[in-house]
Design a protein around this ligand. Structure first.
Ligand SMILES: *Cc1c(COP(=O)(O)O)cnc(C)c1O
Length: 427
């Protein structure tokens, strides 16, 4: 027997593939062993040794109110005392659907799921069921969860690990998915012209977050809406990240473009496992049991998840005016960080939409996945480790988004810039 503490990652790897339950958590692209977390509160996350970090990953987006928000925690506890799962309808599910529907006008009906993956998977099945067509268009570097049809040239962990698709996805199925360069209106027009009669859906992250943040260029989403509408193709906005990130609503509210279907997740679950598919009644009523397109889930609309989601969305609705100051705070942080890099002559390109950002280690501009891949990932890895040492928790991959929460204070910003300055010194 030895009294030495076993590295938690070593222990995990003996029992869990790669030691993690979702690939990017393993730090493969930045090297080293992942820090294990014991708890989190507000803007801070704490490792198993009690070291504190300012968290800009925020569970990959959901924790917009900060970790363990007292009102959300209280709502979860109250729900838990009344029972954690019934497998029968509850009024909380209607309340949740009402909150989402009031926030996003194109969402006339909502089906809750337990993950964003399921929401996107269901959106594809529904689009195929409604159109009687099989083809799908997606965009390089966009990630829509890990359903077979959507894991082609995908972002997030797939991009991080440099996997073009995945073994286990039948060639026959992969052939039905066309992946186009993001923001490339010409490529979109020719694909639609050529394949329209076979296309069930186009799915897009209206602001891409899974190849790092990439903004839609002028006219891209508008043209997408025109082309899909004209050709009877279902337009799916995957707003799993962007939903409730910029306002009490989706990114679609801001640009005034209504997709047919919207995928949600992350923020709407308040940190519990949640996804949702919403959209126009004419499509949504085809879902079972109203319609014939099957979809189900033992824990869908789970009472704990609904309580966290309702509490989170209610708080966001109450502070809808504060989204702009959250964006301002992120803008200020970005501006100051860029100055620090410029002073050292290190080229960086900050892509940011309000409180969601990626600092690409290259000159830029970055408008698509091929552009994102030009980044100096080795330098990013050194930056990442320096920031971790200095108490700032960033995504362990160049190809992910960072986030601010309402609990990030001006003092957090100062400490972050201080850590950034010290990290850059040692780069
Ligand atoms: C995270 C994410 C998903 C998948 O959601 P999970 O809850 O991880 O299954 C889908 N689409 C986008 C845009 C995402 O960022």
């Amino acid at each position: 027997m030895t009294s030495e503490k076993i590295d938690p990652f070593v222990a995990a790897r003996q029992l869990i593939p790669g030691g993690v339950n979702s690939p990017v958590r393993a730090w493969k692209s930045v090297g080293g062993n992942p820090v294990f977390v014991s708890r989190a509160s507000g803007s801070k996350i704490f490792d198993t040794d009690g070291k504190e970090y300012i968290d800009y990953v925020l569970s990959w987006g959901p924790m917009i109110l900060g970790h363990a928000h007292p009102e959300v925690t209280a709502a979860i506890c109250r729900a838990a005392e009344r029972g954690t799962s019934f497998g029968a309808p509850t009024e909380a599910e209607t309340a949740m659907a009402r909150l989402i529907g009031e926030a996003i006008p194109s969402v006339e009906r909502v089906r809750m799921t337990s993950s964003g993956t399921e929401a996107a998977m269901t959106a594809i099945r529904l689009a195929r069921g409604c159109t009687g067509r099989s083809g799908i268009v997606k965009f390089d570097g966009c990630y829509h969860g890990h359903a077979d049809s959507l894991l082609i040239k995908a972002g997030s962990g797939v991009a991080t690990l440099g996997i073009p698709g995945s073994p286990g996805i039948p060639e026959e199925l992969a052939r039905l998915t066309i992946s186009l360069p993001y923001n490339d209106i010409g490529a979109l027009e020719s694909a639609v012209e050529r394949y329209a009669p076979q296309l069930a859906a186009v799915i897009v992250e209206p602001v891409a977050g899974n190849m790092g943040v990439v903004l839609p260029q002028e006219g891209f989403l508008k043209r997408l809406r025109e082309l899909t509408e004209k050709n009877g193709i279902v337009l799916i906005f995957d707003e799993v990240i962007t939903g409730f990130r910029f306002s009490f609503g989706g990114y679609q509210n801001r640009i005034g473009i209504e997709p047919d279907l919207t995928c949600l997740g992350k923020i709407i679950g308040g940190g519990l496992p949640v996804g949702a598919l919403g959209g126009k009644k004419q499509f949504m009523e085809r879902l079972a049991p109203e319609g014939d397109v099957y979809q189900a889930g033992t824990l869908s609309g789970n009472p704990l998840a609904m309580s966290a989601g309702i509490a989170t969305l209610s708080l966001l609705r109450a502070r809808a005016d504060a989204f702009s100051s959250l964006a301002d705070r992120a803008a200020g942080l970005g501006r100051e960080m860029i100055k620090l890099f410029a002073a050292r002559g290190i080229p960086v390109c900050l892509n940011r939409m309000d409180s969601m950002f990626t600092l690409f280690f290259q000159e830029g501009p970055v408008n698509d996945f091929a552009g994102a891949l030009q980044s100096d990932t080795a330098l990013y890895a050194r930056f990442f480790h320096g920031m971790i040492r200095n108490g700032v928790w960033l995504a362990p991959s160049q190809f992910e988004a960072g986030f601010l929460s309402f609990s990030h204070s001006p003092e957090d910003m100062e400490r972050t810039l201080d850590a950034c300055a010290r990290t850059i010194q040692d780069l």
